[in-house]
Design a protein around this ligand. Sequence first.
Ligand SMILES: *Cc1c(COP(=O)(O)O)cnc(C)c1O
Length: 380
Amino acid sequence: MPNSYRCWAEVNLDALRNNLMVLRQLVDPEVKIMTVVKADAYGHGLRQTAALLMQSGTDIFGVANLTEARNIRKVGKGWPILMLGACLPSEIDNTIKDGLMVTVSCVEEANALSDAARRLRAKVQVHLKVDTGMSRLGCTPGEVLSLGQKIQALPGLKWVGIFSHFASIDSDPRFCSTQRKRFIKILNQLSEAGIHLPYRHLHNSGGVIWENQEGINLVRPGSLVYGVIPPSPRKAPVGLADKLKPALSWKCRVALIKEIPKGATVSYGRTFKANTHMSIAILTAGYGDGYMRAGSGKAEVLIKGRRCPILGRITMDQIIVDITPLKGVLTGDEVVMIGRQGEEEIHVTELAEWNNTIPLEILTNITYRVPRIYRGAAPS
Ligand SMILES: *Cc1c(COP(=O)(O)O)cnc(C)c1O
């Protein structure tokens, strides 16, 4: 990497391609894949990620908002996009003009969309969301049939999908099964009413790994696309961790090396005290890059293929690490915060544990200051 980068993320496009292939093997052959690319493709960079996923055969994209959808359209036309978040009144016209599929939870949303669609002489494709236990978006299971029929009757709408979302995929298999049964019951009701929707979906990444795919024909993985298995006491299928490739590595550099005497305290708040003479390195990253402060005194980085503990508080632009056992560290050397160096690897899941959070928060917290550098198959 050119020395001009102080703190950067390397995104391996071949890993993304590989992970989508692995996903194909995890779902039934007739099941389509909606790759979820919200929050700048989980911090990987939306445009480059979307381009690669288009080339690699994703069926549909899932986004949180209009801006994300627009960025996908700039990369390539023709892919169906579902806005997973609720559509605000102020966003309706643009959502329709951009030809997005919209999530609907209630009759007011349906009416407003239909009115706007008629005014714009368009038809909006609608996925009805049902709340099977998350208490976030969605109507109650009891409302599905009547709301669905209203959607069918509205002139501006076309009802194309039904979906729900798991609330505790990583921690509570019994509740997942409750939610799945509620969803299957709804699918059966629809079928009995002669309603056959093109999209029926429930499974996020954890769902794909751990839950039966009965009745559905579309899955919505995010995490797995980027090579991250949701942390859980539930066991992932044997070999999956080896097949998936984490797509993102995160690096910085050694800015300064120095010695501190026994008794010296390190960084803000003086939370670390040297009980012996030490060699330390000052690194070119901090919480201003998204390297979370909660990992102060706990997280580790790789230098020369060795784990080096962080000493004291992480600061906005700099981190201080112990390099006492290492020989030959030089100013400018590469430091790995997430990824592999030599024989060692720090997985985003491990960094998340040090920060008492989940890998997805780590990835989506990497700030704009950190350039994303793309490696592997160049997207067209
Ligand atoms: C974010 C999201 C997903 C993807 O979740 P992962 O756990 O990353 O696979 C799927 N569905 C909905 C509704 C989401 O908001």
